[in-house]
Design a protein around this ligand. Structure first.
Ligand code: NCD
Ligand code: ZN
Ligand code: ZN
Length: 364
């Protein structure tokens, strides 16, 4: 049995408020525990989006009642919420310390929170407290622009879900110049390419809707370059983005994959194949996210993994409400047996053992 620290996922979507038929704080945090995660940071592209005190309270109230693991909630950068208020202070300052960080959507993705125009970026880079995390969804050239903004305003920026060769190489160069940039990569961008025959082979629906994800799945060359530059990548994040099978197989499929319950087994299988070390995994799933996002200690918290258990990933065994996984039928090695969170056994042999509401907000 392998004992690891509680894993931290800095990028999940729980759909509450607004779309709890896809996921809610209860099913999302149950999926987290089953996947070995004891702390998750939730994105703000809900309905309504989380962008001010009132909407932040909506999400935090639901989380307080329903979360089973520890959590933080991001706030979203909108076109006018960085504007200076009547007392001279930027509006988001009032709530910054209660959030996981600020999320800026600089490219097209799921939800309404997009900042089209670079004049809307500047006030956020300028005003968001420097000691608080700032995360961007940015792809390709907008990622280069985001790194330039971080350099100009002399602050840190964390790039979500990188997927391309050009992205990892640029981040490497920016780090070498001393720019305060960090990044994460998702398992699906390390294991799946746009060719992805696996979707058809495993009954992945008639259309190509299940493949839709932002950033899109990339080429084998991109994937190889990510693996070759793992030292540039600070964190593994799931970007757990549940949408139901019906929605994925519809004429207008929303982008996103569930990921909380498949990430650790996929990555442990890669450790078994010597594609990365266990030490890499612990850094990218616990030590680095803890440091980058200024997360608190979780005393008496660990997970126990049977590193020799081999099995197939099956959507029917998952806690996520979305009912599917892009890794259906994949053979993996390494199974989470037990999760201990703050002294309580929270998960053991397939069962969630802590109540809804046991999870704590990491910013209080
Ligand atoms: C995410 C979602 O569904 O909320 N979708 C996705 O394809 N990754 C949004 C996002 O992370 O960009
Ligand atoms: Zn995104
Ligand atoms: Zn996301």
């Amino acid at each position: 049995m392998l004992k690891l620290p509680g894993l931290i996922d800095p990028h999940v979507h729980f759909r509450e408020p607004g779309a709890t038929h896809k996921e809610d704080w209860n099913t999302g945090t149950s999926a987290a525990l089953a996947g070995g995660f004891t702390m998750v940071l939730a994105m703000p592209n809900t309905t309504p989006p989380i962008f001010d005190a009132e909407t932040l309270n909506l999400a935090l109230t639901a989380a307080k009642q329903k979360a089973r693991c520890d959590y933080g909630q991001y706030v979203g950068a909108g076109p006018d919420n960085a504007v200076v208020g009547t007392d001279g202070r930027p509006l988001l300052h009032e709530i910054a310390h209660r959030t996981a960080g600020l999320k800026m959507y600089l490219d097209m993705t799921y939800g309404e929170l997009r900042l089209d125009d670079m004049t809307l970026w500047a006030p956020h880079f300028q005003n968001w407290p420097k000691e608080m995390p700032l995360v961007v969804h940015s792809e390709s050239r907008s990622m280069a622009a985001a790194i330039l903004f971080a350099a100009i305003y002399d602050r840190s920026v964390h790039i979500a879900h990188i997927s391309l060769k050009e992205e990892v190489l640029l981040i490497k160069a920016a780090k070498e110049k001393g720019i305060k940039v960090t990044c994460e990569v998702c398992p699906h961008h390390l294991f799946l390419t746009s060719a992805a025959p696996i979707f058809e082979e495993n009954g992945g629906g008639l259309g190509r809707g299940r493949m839709e994800v932002r950033p899109r799945l990339a080429t084998q060359k991109d994937l190889d370059t990510l693996w070759k530059n793992l030292d540039v990548i600070d964190c593994f994040a799931t970007d757990h983005a549940p949408h139901t099978i019906e929605e994925k197989d519809s004429d207008n499929p929303p982008p996103g994959f569930p990921g909380l319950e498949s990430a650790l087994p996929l990555l442990l299988t890669a450790v078994d194949l010597r594609r990365l070390t266990l030490d890499d995994l612990i850094h990218k799933m616990h030590i680095n996210p803890k440091k980058i996002f200024h997360l608190p200690d979780q005393p008496e918290t660990w997970i126990e993994v049977d590193e020799d258990a081999t099995y197939e990933i099956k959507a029917s065994e998952q806690f996520t409400r979305c009912g599917w996984t892009p890794f259906e039928g994949w053979k993996v090695k390494g199974k989470v047996r037990k999760v201990v969170l703050r002294g309580e056994t929270a998960f053991e042999d397939g069962k969630i053992l802590v109540e809804a509401g046991y999870g704590k907000n990491i910013r209080k």
